[in-house]
Write a protein that binds this ligand. Structure first.
Ligand code: MN
Length: 250
């Protein structure tokens, strides 16, 4: 994935689109983004929560997903390598989805190399360690046993269960402090140490776009937080001159 020497090459990073039928303008903006912006990039990294929720790959053929699946496939077939990492909402996206869209699933976290820089990418939810209730839930739903059991239910039952969970989560969120729902700086340090101090760390999830210049054990690192897609879309571009943020009109 090293693009040194190719002057026109660049990569794009997005996350937290939370695509769903109740916000059709976001879906349209994303499809437009794929057709007019992402198609010119070498690589598109989607760092989780592309969908508001994903009940299983047997939901691929749902009419709400048709245009998205087709648009992803078209941009991938035209030559942009599209990588997708799971978020806390769409962690059930699986091989069938990857096959239908011609995208590549990436583990969370992953190390990539662009323009001679070592970059760590993650969704970011695993770093919100102050939210112990969420971390317990995360451990449960990420276990293969839980997922196999969940996926054994009919799609309609799964969707109803997810809707109930979302409602519960929204209610709990309003009682949680903003600090609890941000990444924990010690958890960030542990992760960056584990990955031998990458120069750049990109994640989403918190919906707090920012660039933090941090130092771990004497190693400088830029922690770049991606923005979400609500009032506007947001995308991070990385080329030979470094990073820049780009707005995506909704
Ligand atoms: Mn998230």
């Amino acid at each position: 994935m090293n693009n040194i020497g190719n002057e026109s090459s660049y990569s794009l990073f997005i996350s937290d689109l939370h695509l769903c039928a109740s916000r059709p303008a976001i879906t349209s903006a994303f499809i437009q983004f794929l057709q007019s912006t992402a198609n010119k990039a070498d690589q598109l990294f989607i760092l989780g929560d592309l969908f508001e929720y994903w009940a299983g790959d047997d939901d691929l053929t749902h009419v709400d997903h048709d245009d998205i699946v087709q648009a992803l496939k078209i941009v991938a077939d035209a030559g942009t390598r599209v990588f997708l990492m799971h978020g806390n909402r769409d962690f059930l996206i699986s091989e069938q989805f990857a096959k239908a869209t011609h995208i590549h699933l990436l583990p969370d976290p992953s190390e990539i190399y662009l323009f001679d820089q070592r970059i760590l990418i993650s969704h970011g939810d695993k770093l919100c360690t102050d939210d112990t209730r969420y971390q317990a839930f995360r451990a449960q739903v990420r276990s293969p046993d839980w997922q196999a059991e969940f996926l054994s239910h009919p799609l309609t039952v799964r969707k109803a269960q997810i809707e109930a969970l979302r409602l519960q989560s929204e209610q709990e969120k309003s009682n949680k402090s903003l600090a609890i729902m941000d990444v924990n700086s010690d958890a960030v340090s542990v992760l960056l140490r584990q990955h031998q101090y990458p120069e750049i760390f990109i994640h989403g999830h918190t919906h707090r776009p920012n660039t933090h210049n941090i130092e771990i054990d004497g190693h400088p690192c830029q922690r770049i937080v991606l923005g979400d897609w609500y009032e506007q879309g947001s995308c991070l571009r990385f080329d030979e001159n470094g990073f820049s943020r780009q707005e995506v009109k909704i």
